[in-house]
Write a protein that binds this ligand. Sequence first.
Ligand SMILES: Nc1ncnc2c1ncn2[C@@H]1O[C@H](COP(=O)(O)OP(=O)(O)O)[C@@H](O)[C@H]1O
Ligand SMILES: [Mg+2]
Length: 143
Amino acid sequence: MLTIYSRIVVPFDGSVLSQKALEMAIKLIEQDKRIELDVLTVVNNEITGKPVYNVELQQESQRRAAAELQTTIKEKLALLPNRTRTIVLDGDPSKMILEFAKENNSDLIIMGSRGLSGLKELYLGSVSHHVVQKAACPVLIVK
Ligand SMILES: Nc1ncnc2c1ncn2[C@@H]1O[C@H](COP(=O)(O)OP(=O)(O)O)[C@@H](O)[C@H]1O
Ligand SMILES: [Mg+2]
């Protein structure tokens, strides 16, 4: 496992299962300081469901929430000798996760089977589903 995977990405939406995915990734990288870890949060710009009166304001507050999530993670990751990064991107979550993994040569994606959405998205687990189908590298789905 450790000799095969050297650059892990955890798509993190703050949900319990994405936290579990991050814990698993940390356990893995603790075994070898050469393994790198990226934690990626995507702020979804697609407005669905309820009417939104101020799109800019909503996006801004989502970005702030994502940055706050990342701050806590950053403190935790700083304790490790491994090279780690926390990243916030705007866009469609599954598209951005796939693009990020490709551009950064991630060789393992660790993510939750479910996330935050509840009723907000059309299909539950749509991000994990899409990423599993389309990723070029192995995907570890945490349940
Ligand atoms: N906006 C996002 N940014 C980063 N990772 C995400 C995002 N949305 C989902 N994920 C990842 O995908 C996993 C599954 O979530 P998702 O497919 O969206 O399920 P749900 O439909 O229940 O929200 C999450 O546990 C998380 O790892
Ligand atoms: Mg979701």
